[in-house]
Design a binder for this molecule. Structure first.
Ligand code: C2G
Length: 130
């Protein structure tokens, strides 16, 4: 019986913090789906990714822990995604702790510790100073 895990994010300038999240998320099942924020949805998150959606998708699909990438277009698609893909476990970094507890009615909800010392913002800031 396959156990399906789902997580969501922008995954811009993919770094080891992202990969460690994906690696740990995959351990909760055998099929990991990533809801990848579209460029339009990023605008709603007040984020602007450096890498466009298609290229961020291409990179994620090359990660051994990732089995499927779907677009994340809105805040309101998680319940229908969990139902559509028969998701057993939802995983996010703990910067989101508590924000998605409404999903507990539909699947297991896990918040994992973020990887310290790295973020896309830090990469951008550090490069500006070069
Ligand atoms: N992450 C991490 N450690 C870091 C950086 C990121 O564990 N040093 C995790 C985040 O907690 C998140 C995932 O990697 O679970 C993707 O991070 P972002 O691309 O920054 O995701 P975000 O913009 O927070 O989007 O609907 C949910 C949103 O789409 C989440």
């Amino acid at each position: 019986m396959t156990k399906t895990v789902i997580t969501y994010g922008t995954f811009d300038l993919l770094h080891w913090g992202h990969v460690r999240l994906l690696e740990r998320a995959k351990k909760y099942g055998d099929n990991l789906i990533v809801g990848l924020s579209t460029d339009e949805f990023n605008a709603l998150k007040h984020k602007e990714a450096y890498i466009p959606f298609e290229e961020r998708k291409y990179v994620l699909e090359a990660i051994r822990y990732v089995d499927k990438v779907i677009p994340e277009r809105s805040w309101d698609q998680k319940i229908s995604d969990v139902q559509k893909y028969h998701v057993d476990t939802f995983v996010m970094g703990d910067d989101w702790k508590g924000q998605f507890d409404f999903l507990k009615d539909y699947c297991q909800v896990i918040y994992l510790p973020r990887t310290k010392g790295i973020s896309t913002t830090k990469i951008k800031e550090d490069l500006k100073l070069r």
